[in-house]
Design a protein around this ligand. Structure first.
Ligand code: ADP
Ligand code: MG
Length: 258
Protein backbone atom coordinates (compact mmCIF):
# COMPACT_ATOMS: atom_id res chain seq x y z
CA UNK A 1 0.00 0.00 0.00
CA UNK A 2 2.83 2.30 0.87
CA UNK A 3 4.59 1.83 -2.46
CA UNK A 4 1.29 2.57 -4.20
CA UNK A 5 1.09 5.96 -2.50
CA UNK A 6 4.73 6.56 -3.35
CA UNK A 7 4.16 5.62 -7.00
CA UNK A 8 1.18 7.92 -7.30
CA UNK A 9 3.20 10.70 -5.76
CA UNK A 10 6.00 10.18 -8.30
CA UNK A 11 3.53 10.07 -11.17
CA UNK A 12 2.13 13.40 -10.01
CA UNK A 13 5.62 14.89 -9.80
CA UNK A 14 6.42 13.59 -13.26
CA UNK A 15 3.09 14.88 -14.55
CA UNK A 16 1.84 11.55 -15.83
CA UNK A 17 -1.82 11.68 -14.83
CA UNK A 18 -2.94 9.07 -17.36
CA UNK A 19 -0.33 6.64 -16.02
CA UNK A 20 -1.89 7.17 -12.61
CA UNK A 21 -5.40 6.52 -13.93
CA UNK A 22 -4.41 3.39 -15.86
CA UNK A 23 -1.57 1.60 -14.11
CA UNK A 24 -3.72 -0.55 -11.83
CA UNK A 25 -6.11 -1.89 -14.46
CA UNK A 26 -3.29 -2.21 -17.03
CA UNK A 27 -1.08 -4.17 -14.61
CA UNK A 28 -3.94 -6.50 -13.74
CA UNK A 29 -4.58 -7.12 -17.46
CA UNK A 30 -0.87 -7.62 -18.07
CA UNK A 31 -0.61 -10.18 -15.25
CA UNK A 32 -3.69 -12.03 -16.44
CA UNK A 33 -2.54 -12.20 -20.08
CA UNK A 34 1.16 -12.70 -19.34
CA UNK A 35 2.04 -9.51 -21.22
CA UNK A 36 5.81 -8.77 -21.35
CA UNK A 37 6.88 -5.86 -19.11
CA UNK A 38 7.86 -3.71 -22.07
CA UNK A 39 4.43 -4.08 -23.62
CA UNK A 40 2.81 -3.04 -20.36
CA UNK A 41 4.99 0.05 -20.25
CA UNK A 42 4.30 0.76 -23.89
CA UNK A 43 0.52 0.63 -23.30
CA UNK A 44 0.85 3.12 -20.44
CA UNK A 45 2.94 5.47 -22.59
CA UNK A 46 0.55 5.25 -25.50
CA UNK A 47 -2.43 6.15 -23.32
CA UNK A 48 -0.52 9.10 -21.81
CA UNK A 49 0.52 10.45 -25.21
CA UNK A 50 -2.99 10.02 -26.66
CA UNK A 51 -4.57 11.87 -23.76
CA UNK A 52 -2.05 14.72 -23.99
CA UNK A 53 -2.68 15.04 -27.69
CA UNK A 54 -6.45 15.15 -27.14
CA UNK A 55 -6.06 17.83 -24.48
CA UNK A 56 -3.76 19.87 -26.68
CA UNK A 57 -6.29 19.86 -29.52
CA UNK A 58 -9.14 20.69 -27.13
CA UNK A 59 -7.13 23.64 -25.80
CA UNK A 60 -6.26 24.86 -29.29
CA UNK A 61 -9.94 24.74 -30.27
CA UNK A 62 -10.98 26.63 -27.13
CA UNK A 63 -8.30 29.27 -27.76
CA UNK A 64 -9.43 29.73 -31.36
CA UNK A 65 -12.81 30.97 -30.03
CA UNK A 66 -14.96 29.65 -32.86
CA UNK A 67 -18.48 31.12 -32.72
CA UNK A 68 -19.83 27.77 -33.93
CA UNK A 69 -17.94 24.53 -34.51
CA UNK A 70 -18.38 23.36 -38.11
CA UNK A 71 -16.48 20.41 -39.52
CA UNK A 72 -15.61 20.00 -43.20
CA UNK A 73 -17.13 16.52 -42.93
CA UNK A 74 -20.61 18.03 -42.56
CA UNK A 75 -20.25 20.24 -45.64
CA UNK A 76 -22.32 19.18 -48.62
CA UNK A 77 -20.00 19.79 -51.56
CA UNK A 78 -22.66 18.78 -54.07
CA UNK A 79 -24.40 22.07 -53.22
CA UNK A 80 -21.39 24.14 -54.35
CA UNK A 81 -20.13 22.59 -57.58
CA UNK A 82 -17.57 25.34 -58.14
CA UNK A 83 -15.89 24.62 -54.78
CA UNK A 84 -14.09 21.36 -55.52
CA UNK A 85 -14.00 19.09 -52.46
CA UNK A 86 -10.54 17.91 -53.42
CA UNK A 87 -9.16 21.46 -53.33
CA UNK A 88 -10.64 22.13 -49.89
CA UNK A 89 -9.37 18.83 -48.49
CA UNK A 90 -5.95 19.62 -49.86
CA UNK A 91 -6.02 23.00 -48.08
CA UNK A 92 -7.14 21.22 -44.91
CA UNK A 93 -3.86 19.31 -44.96
CA UNK A 94 -2.27 22.63 -44.07
CA UNK A 95 0.45 23.19 -46.66
CA UNK A 96 -0.57 26.87 -46.89
CA UNK A 97 0.09 27.28 -43.15
CA UNK A 98 3.71 26.26 -43.43
CA UNK A 99 4.15 28.89 -46.16
CA UNK A 100 2.05 31.52 -44.35
CA UNK A 101 -0.22 31.82 -47.38
CA UNK A 102 -3.70 33.28 -47.52
CA UNK A 103 -7.06 31.70 -48.28
CA UNK A 104 -9.83 33.99 -49.52
CA UNK A 105 -13.43 32.81 -49.61
CA UNK A 106 -15.62 35.13 -51.67
CA UNK A 107 -19.32 35.04 -52.34
CA UNK A 108 -22.84 35.97 -51.37
CA UNK A 109 -24.19 35.23 -47.89
CA UNK A 110 -25.38 31.76 -46.96
CA UNK A 111 -23.13 29.78 -49.31
CA UNK A 112 -20.96 28.19 -46.65
CA UNK A 113 -17.92 30.49 -46.52
CA UNK A 114 -17.86 30.67 -42.73
CA UNK A 115 -18.47 26.92 -42.57
CA UNK A 116 -15.46 26.17 -44.78
CA UNK A 117 -13.29 28.75 -42.97
CA UNK A 118 -14.18 27.15 -39.63
CA UNK A 119 -13.60 23.65 -40.97
CA UNK A 120 -10.15 24.60 -42.30
CA UNK A 121 -9.27 26.34 -39.04
CA UNK A 122 -10.42 23.31 -37.02
CA UNK A 123 -8.21 21.10 -39.15
CA UNK A 124 -5.32 23.44 -38.32
CA UNK A 125 -6.07 23.14 -34.58
CA UNK A 126 -5.93 19.37 -34.93
CA UNK A 127 -2.49 19.72 -36.51
CA UNK A 128 -1.28 21.56 -33.43
CA UNK A 129 -1.44 25.04 -34.98
CA UNK A 130 -2.29 28.20 -33.07
CA UNK A 131 -5.49 29.61 -34.49
CA UNK A 132 -7.76 32.56 -33.71
CA UNK A 133 -11.12 33.09 -35.34
CA UNK A 134 -12.38 36.68 -35.44
CA UNK A 135 -15.42 38.37 -36.87
CA UNK A 136 -13.55 41.26 -38.49
CA UNK A 137 -15.50 43.89 -36.53
CA UNK A 138 -14.54 42.38 -33.21
CA UNK A 139 -10.89 42.30 -34.29
CA UNK A 140 -11.20 45.98 -35.20
CA UNK A 141 -12.67 46.67 -31.76
CA UNK A 142 -9.82 44.80 -30.08
CA UNK A 143 -7.29 46.75 -32.17
CA UNK A 144 -8.92 50.08 -31.31
CA UNK A 145 -9.06 49.36 -27.61
CA UNK A 146 -5.46 48.09 -27.62
CA UNK A 147 -4.44 51.34 -29.27
CA UNK A 148 -6.40 53.39 -26.77
CA UNK A 149 -4.74 51.55 -23.87
CA UNK A 150 -1.27 51.95 -25.42
CA UNK A 151 -0.81 48.21 -25.81
CA UNK A 152 -1.18 48.00 -29.58
CA UNK A 153 2.28 46.58 -30.23
CA UNK A 154 1.75 43.94 -27.54
CA UNK A 155 -1.58 42.99 -29.09
CA UNK A 156 -0.05 42.82 -32.58
CA UNK A 157 2.80 40.69 -31.26
CA UNK A 158 0.23 38.38 -29.70
CA UNK A 159 -1.59 37.97 -33.04
CA UNK A 160 1.80 37.57 -34.73
CA UNK A 161 2.43 34.41 -32.72
CA UNK A 162 -0.51 32.66 -34.35
CA UNK A 163 -0.20 30.25 -37.24
CA UNK A 164 -3.61 31.18 -38.61
CA UNK A 165 -5.90 34.18 -38.24
CA UNK A 166 -9.45 33.89 -39.57
CA UNK A 167 -11.09 37.18 -40.55
CA UNK A 168 -14.75 36.46 -41.01
CA UNK A 169 -17.25 38.73 -42.76
CA UNK A 170 -15.06 41.38 -44.30
CA UNK A 171 -17.28 43.74 -46.25
CA UNK A 172 -20.58 43.97 -44.43
CA UNK A 173 -19.71 47.14 -42.53
CA UNK A 174 -17.38 49.89 -43.77
CA UNK A 175 -14.44 50.66 -41.50
CA UNK A 176 -13.70 54.07 -40.08
CA UNK A 177 -10.38 55.62 -41.11
CA UNK A 178 -8.55 54.57 -37.92
CA UNK A 179 -9.95 51.04 -38.09
CA UNK A 180 -8.97 50.62 -41.74
CA UNK A 181 -5.47 51.81 -40.96
CA UNK A 182 -5.09 49.45 -38.00
CA UNK A 183 -6.28 46.49 -40.05
CA UNK A 184 -3.91 47.43 -42.81
CA UNK A 185 -1.06 47.71 -40.32
CA UNK A 186 -1.92 44.30 -38.86
CA UNK A 187 -2.11 42.60 -42.25
CA UNK A 188 1.22 44.12 -43.29
CA UNK A 189 2.71 42.92 -40.04
CA UNK A 190 1.46 39.37 -40.59
CA UNK A 191 2.41 39.26 -44.27
CA UNK A 192 4.49 36.14 -45.04
CA UNK A 193 4.54 35.21 -41.33
CA UNK A 194 1.00 34.21 -40.41
CA UNK A 195 -1.68 32.66 -42.60
CA UNK A 196 -4.96 34.49 -42.93
CA UNK A 197 -8.31 33.10 -44.04
CA UNK A 198 -10.67 35.86 -45.14
CA UNK A 199 -14.36 35.43 -45.83
CA UNK A 200 -16.01 38.25 -47.73
CA UNK A 201 -19.09 39.09 -49.74
CA UNK A 202 -17.16 41.77 -51.66
CA UNK A 203 -15.42 41.39 -54.97
CA UNK A 204 -11.90 42.83 -54.87
CA UNK A 205 -12.98 45.79 -57.00
CA UNK A 206 -15.37 46.85 -54.26
CA UNK A 207 -12.95 46.71 -51.31
CA UNK A 208 -12.38 50.46 -51.67
CA UNK A 209 -15.91 51.02 -50.47
CA UNK A 210 -15.18 49.56 -47.03
CA UNK A 211 -11.54 50.59 -46.58
CA UNK A 212 -12.01 54.11 -47.91
CA UNK A 213 -8.47 54.89 -49.00
CA UNK A 214 -7.72 53.70 -52.52
CA UNK A 215 -3.96 53.36 -52.18
CA UNK A 216 -4.18 51.55 -48.88
CA UNK A 217 -6.78 49.16 -50.29
CA UNK A 218 -4.55 48.42 -53.26
CA UNK A 219 -1.60 47.72 -50.96
CA UNK A 220 -3.73 45.55 -48.69
CA UNK A 221 -5.11 43.51 -51.58
CA UNK A 222 -1.64 43.19 -52.99
CA UNK A 223 -0.45 41.52 -49.78
CA UNK A 224 -3.55 39.45 -49.21
CA UNK A 225 -3.82 38.08 -52.72
CA UNK A 226 -0.13 37.41 -53.22
CA UNK A 227 0.08 33.60 -53.11
CA UNK A 228 -3.54 33.25 -52.07
CA UNK A 229 -5.93 30.40 -52.69
CA UNK A 230 -9.12 32.08 -53.82
CA UNK A 231 -12.38 30.15 -53.67
CA UNK A 232 -15.41 31.76 -55.22
CA UNK A 233 -18.80 30.67 -53.96
CA UNK A 234 -21.70 31.19 -56.34
CA UNK A 235 -25.35 30.26 -56.18
CA UNK A 236 -28.17 30.68 -53.75
CA UNK A 237 -28.12 30.43 -49.95
CA UNK A 238 -27.87 26.79 -48.81
CA UNK A 239 -30.38 27.16 -45.99
CA UNK A 240 -32.79 29.03 -48.25
CA UNK A 241 -32.62 26.27 -50.82
CA UNK A 242 -33.12 23.64 -48.12
CA UNK A 243 -36.19 25.46 -46.85
CA UNK A 244 -37.53 25.77 -50.36
CA UNK A 245 -36.98 22.05 -50.93
CA UNK A 246 -38.68 21.18 -47.63
CA UNK A 247 -41.64 23.38 -48.55
CA UNK A 248 -41.89 21.83 -52.00
CA UNK A 249 -41.80 18.35 -50.50
CA UNK A 250 -44.47 19.48 -48.03
CA UNK A 251 -46.81 20.63 -50.81
CA UNK A 252 -46.12 17.47 -52.78
CA UNK A 253 -47.01 15.31 -49.78
CA UNK A 254 -50.11 17.37 -49.20
CA UNK A 255 -51.08 17.06 -52.86
CA UNK A 256 -50.47 13.31 -52.77
CA UNK A 257 -52.56 12.76 -49.63
CA UNK A 258 -55.49 15.02 -50.56
P1 ADP B 1 -21.67 32.31 -45.38
O1 ADP B 1 -20.57 32.46 -44.42
O2 ADP B 1 -21.23 32.10 -46.80
O3 ADP B 1 -22.69 33.39 -45.28
P2 ADP B 1 -22.35 30.05 -43.74
O4 ADP B 1 -21.11 29.23 -43.74
O5 ADP B 1 -22.62 30.84 -42.53
O6 ADP B 1 -22.45 30.95 -45.04
O7 ADP B 1 -23.58 29.08 -44.04
C1 ADP B 1 -24.88 29.34 -43.56
C2 ADP B 1 -25.45 28.07 -42.95
O8 ADP B 1 -25.64 27.08 -43.96
C3 ADP B 1 -24.50 27.44 -41.94
O9 ADP B 1 -25.26 26.83 -40.93
C4 ADP B 1 -23.76 26.39 -42.76
O10 ADP B 1 -23.32 25.33 -41.93
C5 ADP B 1 -24.82 25.96 -43.74
N1 ADP B 1 -24.28 25.59 -45.04
C6 ADP B 1 -23.98 26.40 -46.07
N2 ADP B 1 -23.57 25.73 -47.14
C7 ADP B 1 -23.55 24.43 -46.78
C8 ADP B 1 -23.21 23.21 -47.45
N3 ADP B 1 -22.80 23.20 -48.72
N4 ADP B 1 -23.31 22.04 -46.74
C9 ADP B 1 -23.73 22.05 -45.47
N5 ADP B 1 -24.09 23.17 -44.78
C10 ADP B 1 -24.00 24.34 -45.42
MG1 MG C 1 -20.34 33.93 -43.00
Amino acid sequence: MQHQALLENYLRQLRLPTFATNYQSFSQDAARTDLPYERFLLALCEAEVASREAHRVERAIAQAKFPVIKELSTFDFSATPNIPKQRVLELAQGGYLAKAETVILIGNPGLGKTHIATGLALAACKQGKRVRFYGVMSLVNDLLSAQKDLRLSRFMAHIGKLDLLVLDEVGFIPFGKDSAQLLFQLCSDLYERVSIIVTTNLRFGDWNSIFGDERMTAALLDRLTHKASILEFVGESYRFRQRLQAEQQGTETKAATS
